[in-house]
Design a binder for this molecule. Structure first.
Ligand code: G3H
Ligand code: 13P
Ligand code: ZN
Length: 310
């Protein structure tokens, strides 16, 4: 058993009307929670590392633990670099054995994003690694203003971008946003399915990626706060909208915040309920189990990838 790329995963997901979950990993408990959830639902999964994760745990530790997860579970797992900032970061990930990389050039102007992405694609493809690129800027709260429409991905530009860069998948901006505080409390989250439809029409069969897709479960937030947390005005993307997207051209859905909230809630609860406890396995184990629950829920209700390995 070995790590796989996302190529075959996305082809099957596109045809099957589901998406593969891409979960951010930072340590052993998160890795085990995620793959145990995927294994229980008989689904492929993408484990992704941000540059922050690589700095925190080290690429060698992360790669070795992910290799162990492949061996232990026998499910299809891709190891992906999340938000690679430049070619140097991409090279490091490929050297470490990642099977997929993201180059995030979305903050550059269009021509520069094309140029840099193309460079990354040429390098990665020469090493048998697939590339996710990004076009458009995710909506978000900046100074309490929701980002305006013009930063949503332009379908015409997406076609030109894919053609010119040769990227294998594309992250688009249709109304999702990173983190736990995606929108002001009164704002009604809305995904621009009209844009997704246009992109799907113009790029048939091409895998689309959604970042910033955590649902921000109010119950997890409430548990955190009940046990001493102070998380105010957290808001995410409704689950039914994400499931609709995963039935369309969206083949990869990124979730990190929901894992963080679930793990933190579970650990806070152990500390609150059993203040005399100081065995890390008790609270980290609760965190790991909470992550597994979230992943199983996502596979059932957001991704639709249950039994996709059969
Ligand atoms: O998109 C960002 C991911 O949630 C990773 O966050 O850079 O804090 O590891 P991080
Ligand atoms: P969330 O913050 O919504 O979990 O998104 C994570 C993400 O997009 C990682 O790339
Ligand atoms: Zn992201």
């Amino acid at each position: 058993m070995a790590l796989v790329t996302t190529k075959e995963m996305f082809k099957k997901a596109y045809e099957g009307g589901y998406a593969i979950g891409a979960f951010n990993i930072n340590d052993m408990e998160i890795i085990q929670g995620v793959v145990n959830g995927a294994k229980a639902k008989n689904s492929a999964v993408i484990l992704q590392c941000s540059t922050g994760a690589l700095k925190y745990a080290g690429p060698k530790y992360l790669k070795a633990m992910v290799d162990a997860a492949v061996e232990e579970t026998g499910i299809d797992i891709a190891l992906h670099l999340d938000h690679g900032p430049d070619l140097a970061a991409v090279k490091l990930a490929i050297e470490a054995g990642f099977t997929s990389v993201m180059f995030d050039g979305s903050h550059h102007d269009y021509e520069e994003n094309v140029r840099l992405t193309k460079e990354v694609v040429e390098y990665a493809h020469a090493h048998g690694v697939v590339v996710e690129a990004e076009l458009g800027v995710l909506a978000g709260v900046e100074d309490d203003v929701v980002a305006a429409e013009h930063i949503y991905t332009d379908p015409e530009q997406a076609v030109d971008f894919v053609k010119r860069t040769g990227c294998d998948s594309l992250a688009i901006a249709i109304g999702t946003s990173h983190g736990a505080f995606k929108f002001p409390p009164s704002f009604k989250p809305q995904l621009r399915f009209d844009i997704l439809e246009k992109i799907q029409e113009k790029l048939p069969g091409f895998p689309i990626v959604l970042h910033g897709a955590s649902a921000v479960d109010p119950e997890a937030v409430a548990t955190c706060n009940q046990y001493g947390g102070a998380i105010k005005d957290a808001k995410g993307i409704p689950v039914d909208m994400l499931r609709k997207a995963s039935s369309m051209a969206v083949c990869k859905i990124n979730m990190d915040t929901d894992l963080r909230l679930a793990m933190t809630a579970a650990i806070r609860k152990v500390f609150g309920d059993t203040p005399a406890e100081f065995d890390p396995r008790k609270y980290l184990g609760a965190g790991k189990a909470a992550i597994q629950n979230v992943v199983e829920y996502k596979i059932e209700n957001v991704l639709g990838s249950v039994d996709s390995l059969k």
